[in-house]
Design a protein around this ligand. Structure first.
Ligand SMILES: C[S@@+](CC[C@H](N)C(=O)[O-])C[C@H]1O[C@@H](n2cnc3c(N)ncnc32)[C@H](O)[C@@H]1O
Length: 445
């Protein structure tokens, strides 16, 4: 049977498993190569991304249904089993079609014996619906509520625990936060200040002015920014509204004295540097943008073309830039990225909790370096795209203790943004704000 959308989903799953490909890069390119579009492309996308996201739950179910450990099942057959069980448990594809289409793909690629094995396992998977399986295999909600929600929403336990910790153990809200990682984010645009207004950009793109960022626009669902003329003309850029808000917050802190030298200490690929650069151009200041990786520094130069931004390819911890010289400094630190899981279908299964220790050390060193570079009375924004307490409030508390820096109440620089809790830092959330889960602390030297 010829089934181009499911074959494309299966091939993309193989690339994700075998060579650590990103589903959201490999699948669109497969679809383009094979001329798959319209409803077929939408089906392939839903099946591939959904299967990637649900992998932990699917594997736990499959382990209950297979006669051998999953590690002993051939990779391609495991991909097919995941694709088939995803359709059985999380889509409206009729069960017989979910099984038959998967078995047909396996028969065509791997022969009858493999097809028979996949058929037998998927029939067992189809004996219960998703709720039934969660009840059967997840830890009991009463004994281990976080473990239960982690399985039900198919997240690694350590990530669900990190969200729970950041949300003050509110389980209802934890469920919302985990569910939000399965939604497809709208495309957000930044209208570059001084070049185009959000209202003009919304008009030109058919989008909506964003709820919180004065320079933000939300494209309609499914909107493709690739061909938009304001983007080609560098009047606007694709950028999550949360990223816009943290830059606007840094730029809006009142300062006594000079306000002409700004610094971005972790600039690649340059989205925030470009917004900083546009703002600085309207205010007669300049930006130094530091990036350690050469190829990412090139991207910063491209995104900041025409703006008063100078790129330095150096380590931010030892940049050689003048100390006590900058009025505003951004540290958009390398982090686990747990705040942007909705953008990368497979990301939640790839990140490991033992990545954290090294990141936290680097984050602390970068923030301490930023506090050396900022002038007395200047301001540093410490930003992560993660709500994990170790890399957010943990890093900030540690650095405040070591350096004597003062933490400002960041909430006052996020006017109109609801549900910012007790501060002094700001933690945004997809389920609360429709943004990535950006963290922002503002420190004064
Ligand atoms: C979270 S990303 C920054 C995203 C960027 N601000 C933007 O909005 O496009 C962190 C960046 O820091 C860079 N980086 C990592 N270690 C660094 C270091 N020691 N010094 C400077 N940059 C570093 C990484 O290569 C990466 O590009």
């Amino acid at each position: 049977m010829d089934d181009p959308p499911r074959q494309a989903a299966l091939d993309a799953l193989a690339a994700v498993r075998e060579r650590d490909a990103y589903a959201n890069l490999v699948l669109p390119s497969l679809l383009r190569q094979r001329g798959i579009n319209g409803r077929d492309a939408a089906l392939a996308t839903e099946l591939c991304y959904g299967t990637c996201r649900a992998q932990g739950l699917l594997d736990a179910v499959l382990q209950s249904c297979a006669d051998r450990p999953l590690s002993e099942i051939d990779g391609e057959l495991l991909d097919a089993l995941r694709l088939g069980s995803y359709q059985l448990l999380r889509t409206r594809v009729p069960p017989h079609a979910a099984v038959a289409t998967t078995v047909d793909l396996v028969r065509a690629g791997r022969g009858s014996a493999a097809a028979g094995f996949v058929n037998a396992v998927l029939r067992r998977v189809g004996e219960q619906d998703e709720d039934g399986w969660v009840a059967a295999i997840a830890p009991a909600a009463d004994d281990d509520p976080v473990g239960h929600l982690a399985m039900a929403h198919s997240h690694p336990r350590w990530i669900a625990q990190a969200f729970a910790d950041a949300l003050g153990d509110d389980l209802e809200e934890l469920a919302e936060a985990l569910a939000a990682d399965d939604t497809r984010p709208l495309v957000h645009l930044t209208a570059r200040p001084g070049q185009i207004s959000a209202a003009e950009l919304a008009e030109l793109t058919g989008g909506q002015v964003a709820p919180y960022s004065p320079c933000g626009v939300h494209l309609a669902d499914g909107g493709d920014p690739g061909e938009l003329i304001p983007i080609r003309d560098h009047l606007a850029q694709v950028q999550d509204e949360g990223s816009q808000l943290v830059i606007l917050a840094l730029a809006s802190v009142p300062l006594d004295g000079t306000d002409t030298r700004w610094l971005d200490l972790c600039a690649g690929p340059g989205g925030k540097a470009a917004l900083l650069g546009s703002l600085s151009a309207t205010r007669g200041s300049t930006v130094d943008a530091v990036e350690k990786a050469e190829h990412r520094a090139r991207l910063v130069s491209q995104s900041c073309a025409g703006l008063p931004v100078t790129v330095h390819i150096v380590d931010g911890r030892d940049s050689g830039l003048p100390e006590r010289a900058y009025d505003r400094v951004l540290v958009d630190a390398p982090c686990t990225g747990l705040g942007a899981l909705r953008r990368r279908p497979e990301a939640r299964w790839r990140r490991q909790s033992n990545d954290l220790a090294g990141l936290v050390r680097l984050q602390r060193e970068l923030l301490i370096a930023a506090l050396r570079l900022v002038r007395p009375g200047g301001v540093v924004a410490y930003v992560t795209c993660s709500p994990h307490l170790d890399e957010t409030v943990g890093v900030v508390a540690d650095v405040v203790r070591r350096t004597g820096a003062t933490q400002l109440d960041a909430r006052s620089q996020f006017p109109g943004v609801p549900r910012l809790d007790d501060g002094p830092y700001v933690q945004l959330w997809p389920h609360r704000h429709g943004t990535d889960a950006m963290f922002c602390a503002l420190l004064r030297r």
